[in-house]
Design a protein around this ligand. Sequence first.
Ligand code: EPZ
Length: 454
Amino acid sequence: MFRRLRSHNDGDRRENQHERSWKICNELVLRGDAAMATYLIRHSPRLSGEVEVSTAKNAVLPLLAAGLLTEDPLVIKEVPRITDVETLLGILRDCGAEVKRSGNDVSVCALQPQSPSHDEHMRKLRASILVLGPILTRSGSACVGLPGGCAIGQRPIDLHLKGLQAMGAQVHPIGGRRQLSGRLTGTRIYLDLPSVGATENLMMAAALADGLTTLENAAKEPEIVDLANCLNRMGACINGAGTGTVTIMGVDRLHGTIYKPIPDRVEAGTLLCAAAVTDGSVLVRGACPEHLRSLLFKLAETGVGLRETPAGIRVNGRAISPFEVRTLAYPGFPTDMQAPMTVVALGCHGSSILHETVFENRFMHVTELNRLGAQIRVEGGMAIVEGGAPLRGAMVRSTDLRAGAALMLAGLIASGETILNDPAGHIERGYQDLPEKLRALGADIEQTEDLLGL
Ligand code: EPZ
């Protein structure tokens, strides 16, 4: 009843354990627990070869939302085939935009954007809130359901709303939705936290507001710079993106353009970590070193060999030395790399400490890693990893997007077979073809088919 995908040649020795693992996968499917995806991961040899990074999920999502700012088509190139993108495209259609995919490119054309009507779509994705600024600034009113996304913390939207209010919007709660109305006027806004989403939403809203908006304590992430570059190509007047102070002089209208987003720094970092935990030798093509500086410093500290080349980043050898790291807003160490870096710490000899300061609930992978035999304890906002404990394959569950990727890496270094159950399809939400990319480097990973497709 259960079909295996892309099976490798099984050695006789492993056959029994392998059949047992697939039996468990079948049971998961029967129970309805593995409806989205289940991965069977075997201890894998050193990863080697070359792998290409996709464009950045967290750049593509705001860029697609920016399509609501103009009546012309906005074409985004090389859009990754991941479910978060598909969900957002559904929301943009719900907002009245015409959305077309042509090969890897997506065009968004919004003659008259309107508020999304399906709150359940908004709830699937944090980035859904990025339709708010564009719709409000374009049409003078917007009513949106509250966004969802990975359950890694409370993730309120107060900074988005406060900023829009400061620009003149009236904000009213209506049931579980927020109704905003009013013509926006530029002003000076101080963000209590350098929120990535709030900076993006306010930048888009200010692009068509009257006069000058100044965002103080703005987020500096590369995805902010990418959005500002695209908006400027569309006729906006934005300066300072990538610094703590961003100024936006509103213009009357924006026009369409064709834009290629930056490479995905989190995917690139995850692939670098995959090589580092398997003592591999891998060229991560398209990875941008400037966007990955904090991670590269940390990996170098562990003893991994790194070389920046015009084609990307080459990584050689194993992480050995323990480390301490603190997640922070960019250019600090990215919270999205905390879970994969925890797996790196498992192979280092001694105690590593990972402090999480951005989200209050981002250690859910720790319980799952401990099921594999890892020795990690969480104390307040930090995870203390006693590296060197042998990992043994077991059944684990993906709790969020980056946790899922981290567990996949842990499966590569655990002995025997690891069954990674991802009932919510977290990994496919954010990584295009991650198992396939790892497999091309020599990893031994199989994936079940969607139960519905059987
Ligand atoms: C973006 O989320 C990313 N998502 C996240 O990636 C990433 O982890 C995060 O930035 C930090 O780098 C997208 O770009 C789609 P924030 P965002 O607003 O914008 C608090 C992944 O795995 N906050 O910078 O939601 C918030 O609770 C994801 O790809 C408020 O208090 O992050 C958090 O503690 C997960 N009020 C902190 O700020 C607000 O109004 C940073 O959040 C907004 C945020």
